[in-house]
Design a protein around this ligand. Structure first.
Ligand code: ZN
Length: 188
C-alpha cells in the first residue's frame, strides 16, 4: 500500500469500538473475492483509522452510551486501490448513476484516515438501529431527506440521524459535502 507514510493507522476494535469492514462484510453482495480484497489491503473484518481521531471517537461513544446507544464504524480508511476496485464493482451491480451519487472517487475522502462511516447499535437489544428505509435508497441516506415528512417512521429516522450528527459534531467531526447522515470527516 502506498498510503501516506506519515499516517499511523490503527484498528478501532483495539480501543473497544465496534466495527465492521464494509466491503469485507459485503464481499458477496459486491462480488469481491478474497484475493481482490487482499490486493487492495483488506485482510479481514476490521476498520482502520488514523490514530489521531481515536480520542474523539471515544468521546463520541461515551456520549452515545449515555443515550442508550453505542457506535459501530462501518468504514474508515480506504486505499485509492480499494476505491478503484469498488467503483468498478458498483458500476456493474448498482449502475453508474446511483454509484456516482453515493460513492466519491474524485476526492476519495476515506483515503485520509480521518473519515468514518458510523451507525448506532442499541444497548438494549444490541442490534443495529434502523436510521433510514432501504426502499428510499439512495436518497434516504442524505441528511434531511426525512425532515419534512410527518409519518412516525420518518420522524424517528430524523431524530436518530440528528442525534448521531450532533454528537459527532461535538467531538470535531462534520458531514461530508454530500451530507450523508452517517459519513463524518474530522476537521484537523
Ligand atoms: Zn463515508
Amino acid at each position: 500500500m502506498d498510503y501516506n507514510s506519515r499516517m499511523k493507522l490503527v484498528n478501532v476494535s483495539d480501543y473497544g469500538i465496534k466495527s465492521i469492514n464494509y466491503y469485507w462484510a459485503r464481499k458477496e453482495q459486491f462480488n469481491l473475492s478474497l484475493d481482490e480484497l487482499n490486493s487492495v489491503g483488506i485482510a479481514g473484518d476490521e476498520t482502520l483509522v488514523d490514530a489521531q481521531i481515536i480520542p474523539s471517537l471515544l468521546r463520541a461513544n461515551e456520549a452515545f452510551r449515555k443515550l442508550g446507544f453505542e457506535m459501530i464504524i462501518k468504514d474508515g480508511y480506504r486505499s485509492a486501490e480499494l476505491y478503484d476496485l469498488v467503483r468498478k464493482k458498483r458500476y456493474e451491480i448498482d449502475g453508474k448513476e446511483n454509484t456516482d451519487k453515493t460513492f466519491s472517487t474524485g476526492s476519495m475522502p476515506h483515503s485520509s484516515g480521518f473519515v468514518v462511516d458510523v451507525n448506532l447499535i442499541s444497548l438494549e437489544d444490541h442490534k443495529e438501529v434502523e436510521m433510514w428505509d432501504k426502499k428510499d435508497w439512495p436518497e434516504g441516506i442524505f441528511m434531511d431527506f426525512y425532515r419534512d415528512k410527518d409519518d412516525s417512521k420518518s420522524i424517528e429516522y430524523q431524530r436518530l440521524q440528528d442525534l448521531l450528527v450532533n454528537n459527532m459534531q461535538k467531538v470535531g467531526f462534520c458531514l461530508g459535502k454530500r451530507r450523508e447522515f452517517h459519513h463524518f470527516e474530522y476537521k484537523k
